[in-house]
Design a protein around this ligand. Sequence first.
Ligand code: C5P
Length: 247
Amino acid sequence: MAPLVIAIDGPAAAGKGTLARRLAAVLDLAHLDTGQLYRAVAALLLQAGGDPADAAAAAAVAEALRPADLARPDLRGEAVSAAASEVSAHPGVRAALLDFQRRFAATPPEGRSGAVLDGRDIGTVVCPEAPVKLFVTASPEARARRRHEELLGRGEESIYAHVLTEMQARDARDRDRAVAPLRPATDAVILDTTALDADAAFTAALELVAARTGRVPPGKEKPGRHPGRPSETTGRPATDNVKGPTE
Ligand code: C5P
């Protein structure tokens, strides 16, 4: 049986990482935060004194990336975030990272039966065949507030207005780039988390997975339910914040 692939895309700090981790844990799937790949390229490039605008240098770093680089402790800072969005616009960088992501989805590690990948272009470019695609979004203000609180929580200095400006610049770069721009796949379900907490987003996502694939968390199976058949009760996630595929 082909591995189940759940594609989760969306802008920074919309809640897709938390959602992806929870879905992977409860459905026993592998998880890949693809932003870490671009962050690792950015961090290595900055460490070597390179310029994120230098397409050839960034592509060379991406081609030499090793799995251990994804565990670097310095990937979440604002300088790396900004540089990640710059290096991710270079076609050579994206091409170098594509194979790794597709292999992860096709042959998830540790023999898992599927994978959750989160990023910007999973549903549109990396895994366009994924049966479950979510586009998780929220207002820029809500996302900046979350990122600001996350930074403060880690003991880092942060100014909300600065975080908002940076986030809007990063959104614009991700959305306007020529290669794999940030946009929902036409068959993605839009999940707006502006007024939705993590639990409600998780419930809506689980309902979508059940509706599209028949997969439910272990112990939540309904008696007599046909495995692999969409749930009859969850044809549509039960929240106003969830919109069907865009057209
Ligand atoms: O998701 P995260 O904020 O960690 O991603 C960092 C940057 O990596 C994003 O701003 C985006 O430019 C880039 N990225 C991408 N494609 C992905 C994942 C991340 O271009 N699939």
